[in-house]
Design a protein around this ligand. Structure first.
Ligand SMILES: NC(=O)c1ccc[n+]([C@@H]2O[C@H](COP(=O)([O-])OP(=O)(O)OC[C@H]3O[C@@H](n4cnc5c(N)ncnc54)[C@H](O)[C@@H]3O)[C@@H](O)[C@H]2O)c1
Length: 248
Protein backbone atom coordinates (compact mmCIF):
# COMPACT_ATOMS: atom_id res chain seq x y z
CA UNK A 1 0.00 0.00 0.00
CA UNK A 2 2.90 2.36 0.81
CA UNK A 3 6.01 2.64 -1.33
CA UNK A 4 9.20 2.52 0.78
CA UNK A 5 11.70 1.22 -1.79
CA UNK A 6 15.25 2.34 -0.99
CA UNK A 7 14.34 3.50 2.52
CA UNK A 8 16.28 2.26 5.55
CA UNK A 9 14.33 1.63 8.76
CA UNK A 10 15.21 0.70 12.33
CA UNK A 11 12.62 -1.07 14.49
CA UNK A 12 13.32 -1.64 18.18
CA UNK A 13 11.66 -4.53 20.00
CA UNK A 14 11.26 -6.29 16.65
CA UNK A 15 11.46 -9.84 18.02
CA UNK A 16 7.75 -10.35 18.65
CA UNK A 17 4.34 -8.69 18.91
CA UNK A 18 3.79 -5.24 17.45
CA UNK A 19 7.47 -4.63 16.59
CA UNK A 20 7.73 -7.87 14.63
CA UNK A 21 4.67 -7.00 12.56
CA UNK A 22 5.93 -3.45 11.93
CA UNK A 23 9.27 -4.85 10.73
CA UNK A 24 7.58 -7.39 8.41
CA UNK A 25 5.30 -4.75 6.89
CA UNK A 26 8.10 -2.20 6.40
CA UNK A 27 10.14 -4.89 4.65
CA UNK A 28 7.16 -5.92 2.52
CA UNK A 29 6.87 -2.27 1.41
CA UNK A 30 10.46 -2.29 0.18
CA UNK A 31 12.39 -0.85 3.16
CA UNK A 32 15.61 -2.40 4.40
CA UNK A 33 14.93 -3.10 8.07
CA UNK A 34 17.34 -3.22 11.02
CA UNK A 35 15.78 -5.38 13.72
CA UNK A 36 16.77 -4.46 17.27
CA UNK A 37 15.93 -6.54 20.35
CA UNK A 38 17.40 -8.18 23.45
CA UNK A 39 15.82 -11.43 22.25
CA UNK A 40 17.24 -13.89 19.70
CA UNK A 41 13.82 -13.95 18.05
CA UNK A 42 15.01 -11.14 15.72
CA UNK A 43 17.12 -13.71 13.87
CA UNK A 44 13.94 -15.67 13.01
CA UNK A 45 12.19 -12.46 11.95
CA UNK A 46 15.15 -11.62 9.70
CA UNK A 47 14.94 -15.09 8.12
CA UNK A 48 11.23 -14.49 7.50
CA UNK A 49 11.98 -11.15 5.82
CA UNK A 50 14.71 -12.69 3.66
CA UNK A 51 12.47 -15.64 2.81
CA UNK A 52 9.98 -13.17 1.35
CA UNK A 53 12.69 -11.49 -0.74
CA UNK A 54 13.35 -8.59 1.66
CA UNK A 55 16.56 -7.21 3.08
CA UNK A 56 17.65 -6.33 6.61
CA UNK A 57 19.94 -7.04 9.52
CA UNK A 58 19.41 -8.17 13.10
CA UNK A 59 21.30 -6.56 15.99
CA UNK A 60 21.00 -7.75 19.58
CA UNK A 61 20.89 -4.62 21.67
CA UNK A 62 19.40 -3.29 24.89
CA UNK A 63 17.69 0.01 24.06
CA UNK A 64 18.26 1.31 27.58
CA UNK A 65 22.04 1.43 26.95
CA UNK A 66 23.42 4.60 25.32
CA UNK A 67 26.51 2.70 24.14
CA UNK A 68 24.56 -0.24 22.68
CA UNK A 69 22.15 2.09 20.89
CA UNK A 70 24.96 4.14 19.35
CA UNK A 71 26.86 0.98 18.32
CA UNK A 72 23.72 -0.46 16.70
CA UNK A 73 23.01 2.73 14.76
CA UNK A 74 26.68 2.77 13.68
CA UNK A 75 26.28 -0.77 12.29
CA UNK A 76 23.19 0.23 10.33
CA UNK A 77 24.98 3.26 8.87
CA UNK A 78 28.00 1.14 8.00
CA UNK A 79 25.82 -1.32 6.07
CA UNK A 80 23.30 1.03 4.42
CA UNK A 81 24.74 4.56 4.68
CA UNK A 82 21.47 6.23 5.71
CA UNK A 83 18.52 5.98 8.10
CA UNK A 84 15.12 7.20 6.96
CA UNK A 85 12.74 5.68 9.51
CA UNK A 86 13.11 4.99 13.23
CA UNK A 87 10.37 3.08 15.04
CA UNK A 88 10.87 3.21 18.80
CA UNK A 89 8.72 0.24 19.80
CA UNK A 90 10.63 -1.69 22.49
CA UNK A 91 8.86 -1.57 25.83
CA UNK A 92 7.90 -3.51 28.92
CA UNK A 93 4.71 -3.37 31.01
CA UNK A 94 5.14 -4.97 34.43
CA UNK A 95 2.18 -4.02 36.62
CA UNK A 96 2.70 -3.18 40.30
CA UNK A 97 0.99 -0.94 42.87
CA UNK A 98 3.01 2.20 43.59
CA UNK A 99 2.87 1.51 47.34
CA UNK A 100 5.16 -1.51 46.86
CA UNK A 101 7.12 -0.31 43.82
CA UNK A 102 10.89 -0.30 44.30
CA UNK A 103 13.32 2.22 42.87
CA UNK A 104 14.61 -0.60 40.63
CA UNK A 105 11.06 -1.32 39.33
CA UNK A 106 10.64 2.37 38.45
CA UNK A 107 14.08 2.76 36.87
CA UNK A 108 13.78 -0.37 34.73
CA UNK A 109 10.52 0.74 33.10
CA UNK A 110 11.66 4.34 32.58
CA UNK A 111 15.08 3.20 31.27
CA UNK A 112 13.65 0.86 28.64
CA UNK A 113 10.41 2.66 27.70
CA UNK A 114 11.55 6.30 27.78
CA UNK A 115 15.35 6.48 27.89
CA UNK A 116 15.39 3.84 25.14
CA UNK A 117 13.43 6.27 22.94
CA UNK A 118 15.92 9.04 23.77
CA UNK A 119 18.94 6.78 23.11
CA UNK A 120 17.87 5.64 19.64
CA UNK A 121 16.45 8.99 18.58
CA UNK A 122 19.60 10.77 19.73
CA UNK A 123 21.75 8.25 17.86
CA UNK A 124 19.91 8.61 14.50
CA UNK A 125 19.22 12.33 14.61
CA UNK A 126 22.57 13.71 13.34
CA UNK A 127 22.23 11.55 10.19
CA UNK A 128 18.60 12.51 9.67
CA UNK A 129 19.50 16.21 10.02
CA UNK A 130 22.33 15.76 7.50
CA UNK A 131 19.92 14.00 5.11
CA UNK A 132 17.25 16.67 5.66
CA UNK A 133 14.84 13.75 5.91
CA UNK A 134 13.53 11.43 8.59
CA UNK A 135 10.47 9.82 10.15
CA UNK A 136 10.57 9.14 13.88
CA UNK A 137 7.66 7.10 15.19
CA UNK A 138 7.47 6.03 18.83
CA UNK A 139 4.97 3.62 20.36
CA UNK A 140 3.41 5.28 23.37
CA UNK A 141 0.18 3.88 24.85
CA UNK A 142 -3.35 5.03 25.55
CA UNK A 143 -2.35 4.30 29.15
CA UNK A 144 -0.53 7.37 30.37
CA UNK A 145 -0.79 9.52 27.26
CA UNK A 146 -4.62 9.51 27.27
CA UNK A 147 -6.10 7.65 30.27
CA UNK A 148 -5.03 6.39 33.68
CA UNK A 149 -4.62 2.74 34.66
CA UNK A 150 -4.07 1.27 38.13
CA UNK A 151 -0.77 -0.40 39.05
CA UNK A 152 0.98 1.16 36.09
CA UNK A 153 2.28 4.53 37.32
CA UNK A 154 5.80 3.86 35.99
CA UNK A 155 4.47 2.61 32.64
CA UNK A 156 1.98 5.51 32.38
CA UNK A 157 4.71 8.03 33.20
CA UNK A 158 7.00 6.55 30.53
CA UNK A 159 4.27 6.60 27.88
CA UNK A 160 3.11 10.14 28.72
CA UNK A 161 6.81 11.04 28.54
CA UNK A 162 6.98 9.74 24.98
CA UNK A 163 4.08 12.01 23.95
CA UNK A 164 5.82 15.05 25.49
CA UNK A 165 9.18 14.11 23.96
CA UNK A 166 7.45 13.82 20.58
CA UNK A 167 5.86 17.27 20.71
CA UNK A 168 9.09 18.96 21.85
CA UNK A 169 11.32 17.23 19.29
CA UNK A 170 8.86 17.80 16.44
CA UNK A 171 9.31 21.57 16.92
CA UNK A 172 13.07 21.24 17.11
CA UNK A 173 13.55 19.28 13.88
CA UNK A 174 10.68 20.39 11.63
CA UNK A 175 13.16 22.76 9.90
CA UNK A 176 15.14 19.71 8.73
CA UNK A 177 12.18 17.93 7.13
CA UNK A 178 11.93 15.41 9.96
CA UNK A 179 8.50 14.24 11.12
CA UNK A 180 8.18 13.08 14.73
CA UNK A 181 5.01 11.34 15.88
CA UNK A 182 3.87 8.83 18.47
CA UNK A 183 1.14 6.23 18.47
CA UNK A 184 -1.09 5.45 21.44
CA UNK A 185 -2.53 1.96 21.07
CA UNK A 186 -5.29 0.58 23.24
CA UNK A 187 -5.20 -3.17 24.02
CA UNK A 188 -3.43 -5.05 21.20
CA UNK A 189 -3.30 -8.87 21.06
CA UNK A 190 0.40 -9.65 21.58
CA UNK A 191 2.40 -12.01 23.84
CA UNK A 192 2.66 -9.12 26.34
CA UNK A 193 -1.12 -8.69 26.54
CA UNK A 194 -1.83 -12.41 26.57
CA UNK A 195 0.08 -12.65 29.85
CA UNK A 196 -2.90 -10.87 31.48
CA UNK A 197 -4.93 -14.12 31.22
CA UNK A 198 -8.13 -15.14 29.42
CA UNK A 199 -10.60 -13.53 31.81
CA UNK A 200 -8.95 -10.11 31.77
CA UNK A 201 -8.75 -10.25 27.97
CA UNK A 202 -12.51 -10.96 27.71
CA UNK A 203 -13.21 -7.99 30.00
CA UNK A 204 -10.99 -5.75 27.90
CA UNK A 205 -12.76 -6.86 24.73
CA UNK A 206 -16.09 -5.79 26.17
CA UNK A 207 -14.66 -2.37 27.00
CA UNK A 208 -13.81 -1.74 23.33
CA UNK A 209 -16.68 -0.17 21.33
CA UNK A 210 -15.55 -1.85 18.08
CA UNK A 211 -15.94 -5.19 19.87
CA UNK A 212 -12.47 -6.68 19.43
CA UNK A 213 -8.93 -6.36 20.65
CA UNK A 214 -6.49 -4.63 18.34
CA UNK A 215 -4.09 -6.67 16.22
CA UNK A 216 -0.40 -5.93 15.66
CA UNK A 217 -1.35 -5.32 11.98
CA UNK A 218 -3.64 -2.44 13.03
CA UNK A 219 -0.70 -0.63 14.62
CA UNK A 220 1.70 -1.59 11.80
CA UNK A 221 -0.69 -0.11 9.20
CA UNK A 222 -0.58 3.24 11.03
CA UNK A 223 3.21 3.06 11.34
CA UNK A 224 3.46 2.50 7.60
CA UNK A 225 1.33 5.56 6.90
CA UNK A 226 3.47 7.69 9.25
CA UNK A 227 6.66 6.27 7.72
CA UNK A 228 5.51 7.14 4.22
CA UNK A 229 5.37 10.52 2.51
CA UNK A 230 1.55 10.30 2.46
CA UNK A 231 1.70 11.70 6.02
CA UNK A 232 4.30 14.40 5.40
CA UNK A 233 2.11 17.20 6.88
CA UNK A 234 1.65 15.38 10.22
CA UNK A 235 4.12 16.05 13.01
CA UNK A 236 4.19 16.27 16.81
CA UNK A 237 1.04 14.17 17.16
CA UNK A 238 0.15 11.32 19.50
CA UNK A 239 -2.31 9.29 17.44
CA UNK A 240 -4.77 7.06 19.29
CA UNK A 241 -5.55 3.64 17.81
CA UNK A 242 -7.86 1.81 20.19
CA UNK A 243 -11.18 0.75 18.64
CA UNK A 244 -12.82 3.53 20.67
CA UNK A 245 -11.52 2.23 24.03
CA UNK A 246 -10.77 5.72 25.40
CA UNK A 247 -13.92 7.41 24.02
CA UNK A 248 -16.43 6.80 26.85
N1 LIG B 1 0.12 -4.89 23.48
C1 LIG B 1 -0.56 -3.82 23.87
O1 LIG B 1 -1.73 -3.92 24.26
C2 LIG B 1 0.07 -2.46 23.86
C3 LIG B 1 -0.75 -1.35 24.07
C4 LIG B 1 -0.20 -0.08 24.07
C5 LIG B 1 1.16 0.08 23.85
N2 LIG B 1 1.94 -1.02 23.65
C6 LIG B 1 3.39 -0.79 23.42
O2 LIG B 1 3.77 -1.36 22.19
C7 LIG B 1 5.14 -1.79 22.27
C8 LIG B 1 5.24 -3.26 21.88
O3 LIG B 1 4.41 -4.01 22.74
P1 LIG B 1 4.10 -5.57 22.54
O4 LIG B 1 2.76 -5.79 23.12
O5 LIG B 1 4.38 -5.98 21.14
O6 LIG B 1 5.19 -6.18 23.55
P2 LIG B 1 5.95 -7.59 23.54
O7 LIG B 1 6.41 -7.82 24.94
O8 LIG B 1 5.13 -8.63 22.88
O9 LIG B 1 7.23 -7.27 22.64
C9 LIG B 1 8.18 -6.31 23.04
C10 LIG B 1 9.54 -6.63 22.45
O10 LIG B 1 10.47 -5.67 23.00
C11 LIG B 1 11.66 -6.35 23.36
N3 LIG B 1 12.37 -5.64 24.43
C12 LIG B 1 12.04 -5.57 25.74
N4 LIG B 1 12.99 -4.89 26.42
C13 LIG B 1 13.94 -4.53 25.52
C14 LIG B 1 15.16 -3.80 25.63
N5 LIG B 1 15.60 -3.35 26.80
N6 LIG B 1 15.87 -3.60 24.50
C15 LIG B 1 15.45 -4.09 23.30
N7 LIG B 1 14.31 -4.79 23.15
C16 LIG B 1 13.56 -4.99 24.25
C17 LIG B 1 11.17 -7.72 23.83
O11 LIG B 1 12.23 -8.68 23.82
C18 LIG B 1 10.08 -8.01 22.82
O12 LIG B 1 10.57 -8.67 21.67
C19 LIG B 1 5.58 -1.51 23.71
O13 LIG B 1 6.25 -0.28 23.77
C20 LIG B 1 4.27 -1.45 24.46
O14 LIG B 1 4.35 -0.67 25.64
C21 LIG B 1 1.44 -2.28 23.64
Amino acid sequence: MFELNGKVAIVTGAGQGIGREIALQLAASGAKVALIDVSDKIFDVLEEIKGRGGDGLAIKCDVSSWDDAHKAVGQVLEKYGRIDILVNNAGIAPFKPLAVMSEQDWDKVLDINLKGVFNFTRAVLPKMIEQRYGKIISISSAIGSVVGFPNAAHYAASKAGIAGFTRALALEVAQYGINVNSIAPGPIETPALQSLGKEALEQLKHAIPLGRLGKPEDVANLVLFLASDKSSFITGQNIIIDGGYTLP
